[in-house]
Write a protein that binds this ligand. Structure first.
Ligand SMILES: Cc1ncc(COP(=O)(O)O)c(C=O)c1O
Length: 382
């Protein structure tokens, strides 16, 4: 953990608190064309396919420079048919962003918008696919980080697959921390990034995509730099990234992958994040806070808490008080209710959460806030 470094814990959905070994891996410079670096890239791509349980003859892993959104954009541009139509399942900011990306690319789409915190249901998806045969692909955010809800990926994947449509999953904040098996769940495209549950540093995302879709995506992309097919073709041919790679982020990611394996892979990491989440939710409830979501939908990634109704509570002051005590939390991203979020991912364990809970109690006392959320004035529970 981070005991030797005096820096705040990032209780955020990424960038997050990374290990010393991951940071230390960045203390060397690499030639982006050099074989040593190309081997790191090849190794990372292979390891990601293994983590996704994706057969390498069926799927390819294509890394893409930039933040997670760059990877989502490159995936949507490559994997959606310009003559088709995408059903975007929305229950937060990242579903909305996918629709915005499609809009900007001039691709047709329809939406199922469930608001801030309700999950799209498989039967609703089935009905929409039935009603509109022009739909060719479905976009789903697995863990919608804006509320922390874990959407029902497996059940929706079955519905989409049974109707022969393409499923594109934004697993940005879940991949590596929550089990996802492409050999068991019919997902055609999965997008994630370096600085989430694999606990690397920011700099690139990656797309795990069916080879047939990748090949069909040749020439479809509106953007020179975000052309997923071109990135893949160049990487297959030369072993190199098409444009300057985030070299330090890639080697840090390789170090993070080794730690992920040592922790027991996805099940091991999921178990630690779940312990963090349980300690956090139980501790916050004991302090009088309420979660936005019912237990069934709480992810082990990030939890949204309703702000206390007490007028003495002000998020910026609360944030500053916790920062002064060594913790960075995250503002809320809901449209209807005041809230804040606390992440469970990164190099943290239950002992960190316990210290956080003491810091929260302390901060509220300093602010003179009673932490009991007034649910009667907020439409918060799922
Ligand atoms: C589910 C999800 N999708 C997309 C993104 C966008 O990633 P970025 O902010 O790295 O562009 C995020 C970021 O947190 C996310 O959680």
């Amino acid at each position: 953990m981070n005991k030797d470094v005096k820096e705040p814990y990032l209780l955020t959905p990424g960038p997050l608190t990374t290990s010393y070994a991951t940071k230390a891996a960045m203390l060397r410079d690499w030639g982006s064309w050099d074989d040593d670096f190309n081997q790191v890239t090849a190794d990372v791509r292979t390891q990601l396919l293994v983590m996704a349980q994706a057969a390498s003859n069926e799927y390819a892993c294509v890394p893409m420079q930039g933040s997670g959104t760059f990877a989502v954009e490159s995936a949507l541009a490559c994997a959606t048919d310009p003559d088709g139509k995408v059903l975007v399942l929305m229950n937060g900011a990242y579903g909305k962003r996918a629709a915005q990306l499609l809009q900007m690319m001039g691709r047709r789409y329809v939406t199922l918008d469930k608001g801030d915190y309700l999950p799209p249901q498989p039967n609703e998806v089935a009905a929409l696919l039935q009603q509109d045969p022009e739909i060719t692909a479905v976009f789903l955010v697995h863990c919608e980080t804006s509320s922390g809800i874990l959407n029902p990926l497996e059940a929706i994947a079955e519905v989409v697959h049974a109707r022969g449509k393409t499923l594109i999953v934004d697993a940005m904040s879940s991949f590596g921390g929550i089990p996802i098996s492409l050999s068991k769940t019919p997902i055609d495209v999965l997008v994630s990034s370096a600085n989430k549950c694999i606990e690397g540093v920011p700099g690139f995302g990656f797309v795990i995509i069916r080879r047939a879709l990748l090949e069909a995506g040749k020439g479809r992309t509106h953007s020179l730099s975000l052309d997923l097919h071109a990135q893949w073709a160049y990487m297959e041919h030369t072993g190199q990234w098409r444009f300057t790679p985030p070299t330090h982020a890639v080697v840090a990611f390789q170090a993070a992958l080794a730690q992920h394996r040592e922790e027991g892979g996805v099940p091991g990491r999921c178990a630690r994040y779940t312990r963090n989440r349980d300690a956090l939710v139980n501790g916050m409830r004991a302090l009088g806070f309420s979660t936005l979501l019912e237990d069934e939908w709480l992810s082990p990634i990030i939890t949204t808490f309703l702000s206390p109704a007490d007028p003495a509570f002000e998020f910026n002051a609360f944030y500053a008080a916790l920062k002064a005590r060594g913790f960075l939390i995250y503002p809320g991203k809901l449209t209807a209710v005041d809230s804040f979020r606390i992440g469970c991912i990164g190099q943290l364990d239950v002992s960190v959460i316990e210290t956080l809970l003491i810091a929260i109690q302390d901060a509220l006392a300093d602010m003179d806030v009673s932490p009991i959320a007034d649910l009667s004035s907020q439409s918060g529970s799922a």
